[in-house]
Design a protein around this ligand. Structure first.
Ligand code: ATR
Length: 275
């Protein structure tokens, strides 16, 4: 039996052990996946990881607040981890730590395959310009959207991100007030405002009848952002970040086991259990 875990702080409510157990059952893989707390009052991130390697763990997922520590600790980085400047997946081989980032591909796959909305030639609006958005831009831009606008409370941060990625695709940026007056096909909320139950103060005329409105957060209830969209444009499609969570886990599972689990059935099962 191979051992895996997710580390973070807090970690008790992590859905990752459940998700990986469902993947293992689905694909008939013999593994155990735990959630482990790293308390930096007692230890360091580096020491905790060395200890897990010594105990024979084959791979580790890293969540808040250690994704940057993981980026710094890795001996080798995948190109996508390099660009995201954050690591959420370690695999241990030949005494080396390989760092990867599966968050972006998790989101892109969830939107393209499960929500059935390919990015190609679509008008995309991204809200937020923090770490979460930085992590998804490269995999998203590789899908050749028609247009991408990044809006953020702090416009400068959106501008810096836009400049960094403009070689991959044309990107514009602004604060909330100056979002170009369009209806967007895919709107992604990557701000942490939902966590506080707050809405980015944007005009509802960006919502089209067929827009996909995606919140990177998830919960037992639709997020405030999804509720806002549904209220102003009842025909739009809304989706929360549970699919992204399961998607990033599926990609980590693939890195470790070489098998790609089917995700929608696992999303449905986790949804049933959190409600
Ligand atoms: P994360 O890892 O979740 O992306 P982060 O890097 O701190 O965390 O970024 C948080 C994002 O949410 C930023 O885009 C932030 O806007 P600023 O760059 O202006 O700080 C945004 N954000 C956080 N709280 C917000 C709020 N109450 N309203 C609007 N945007 C908010």
């Amino acid at each position: 039996t191979d051992l895996y875990a997710v580390v973070g702080n807090p970690i008790a409510h992590s859905k990752s052990p459940l998700i990986h157990r469902l993947f293992a059952e689905q694909t008939d893989q013999d593994l155990v996946y735990e959630a482990l707390l790293i308390d930096t009052e007692d230890t360091t991130f580096q020491f905790a990881i060395s200890d897990l390697i010594a105990r024979g763990y084959k791979g580790i997922n890293i969540t808040v607040p250690f994704k940057l520590d993981a980026f710094e600790l890795a001996d080798e980085l995948s190109p996508r981890a390099e660009v995201a400047h954050a690591v959420n997946t370690f695999s241990f081989e030949d005494g080396k730590i390989f760092g990867d980032n599966t968050d972006g591909i998790g989101l892109v796959t969830d939107i393209e395959e499960n929500a059935n909305r390919p990015f190609k030639d679509q008008k995309v609006l991204i809200l937020g310009a923090g770490g979460a958005v930085q992590g998804i831009l490269q995999p998203l831009l590789e899908k050749q959207p028609g247009l991408v606008h990044i809006a953020n409370r702090t416009a400068k941060r959106a501008e810096v991100l836009g400049k960094r990625f403009e070689t991959l695709s044309p990107i514009t940026s602004s604060d909330w007030e100056s979002i170009p007056d369009e209806t967007y096909d895919i709107i992604i909320n990557g701000t942490s405002a939902s966590l506080e139950g707050k809405l980015p103060p944007i005009n509802s005329n960006i919502l089209g009848q067929d827009s996909l409105v995606y919140d990177m957060m998830y919960g037992a209830e639709p997020t405030v952002f999804m509720q806002w969209a549904q209220q102003h444009q009842p025909s739009c499609q809304t989706r929360d970040g549970l699919g992204m969570l399961v998607g990033q886990a599926a990609e980590a599972f693939y890195i470790w086991r070489g098998v790609r689990p089917q995700t929608q059935s696992v999303i449905d099962e986790v949804r049933r259990l959190i409600q």
